[in-house]
Design a protein around this ligand. Sequence first.
Ligand SMILES: Cc1ncc(COP(=O)(O)O)c(C=O)c1O
Length: 361
Amino acid sequence: MNMPLHGSNPHSLYKTLNIDLPRQICDFSANINPFGPPPALKEKWNEMFTKIIDYPDPEGAQLVSLLAAQDDLAENSILLGNGGAELIALIGRWLAGKRILIIEPSFCEYETACRASGCTIIHHFLEEGNWDLHVEHVLHKLNWADAVFICNPNNPTGQSFSRTAIQGIVEESFKMNTFVIIDEAFYHFLEDEASFVSFVKDFPNLLILRSLTKIYSIPGLRLGYLIADHELIRKVSLFQPHWSVNSVALAAGVECLNSGPFLTDSRKYIEAERRRLFHFYKESGYRFSDSCVNFYLLQDPFLNDQLSLLKFLLEQGIAARHTYNFKGLHGRWLRLAVKRTGDNDRLMEVLKEWRQVQSSL
Ligand SMILES: Cc1ncc(COP(=O)(O)O)c(C=O)c1O
């Protein structure tokens, strides 16, 4: 089975599984903000259009300056990218031929990018169900590796690792000359905004990756940034094509950062919906990951492979993300986004139906 590599574009999932397209599809497979983009983007869309007749500012100075102020960083410690995905590809090229450790299950692009440039990859698998990270479990692998990728909060579980564990990994890696890449693509969804950005000043081996496409719901525009010591930023940027981030994305980024209560409103809404969903899952005997963001893993514990549930959901117009290409999960879970109230209601209704169908067999 040639399952799609990522969420979003649910039509390809229907096609692969040979399921007729229903009249309406609700896409729970993409983990972006259910609020949609900040309203200012639509209001200023015509103004942004005028920007396409010029080449973009290759440095994205205005946006960089806002980002630097937000996290109290030097501007030369930030590199903008055409989505976090571009920055992962650049890091992969910068790390060409090196030994890479990836904490799994996690985002598959780290491995893809590093393999493309001849890296050797090893994995550390977190214990399924709690997915806790312990420094002592990875020490010998850190010593072997030239760089380690950690996604925090982690995709696909939505869980944050303990601060002690990540801090320990950054400190131990520093002593071992190992680079640490912390992917904080979903950090903006956290209520407490726990980040490791302040560590960058003391740890020149640390790179932090952020995406603006998730929280501001602009995956079609593409925008992300990398934070690290300025010398590392310079080295990684050597691999980036000039004008990589287009002028509409740059202008949209500025609008997003100035979008007032949009972030806090989104977080509050998502948290309330997540609580409601998790309450339902507990009551109805589904297993789920202890997510603190806008997506989570779900499992019907009566199934090993969740394929039949995935198909049932698709038939009812609900697209979930399969987990066959999340290392260590082997399709034993589905990943679902937290969406708007009506969509989440529909999901719970369909999951109730699934229980009824199963008990009648
Ligand atoms: C963990 C993680 N990092 C980075 C990315 C890439 O994000 P972007 O859309 O900014 O390229 C994704 C996209 O799904 C992701 O899940």
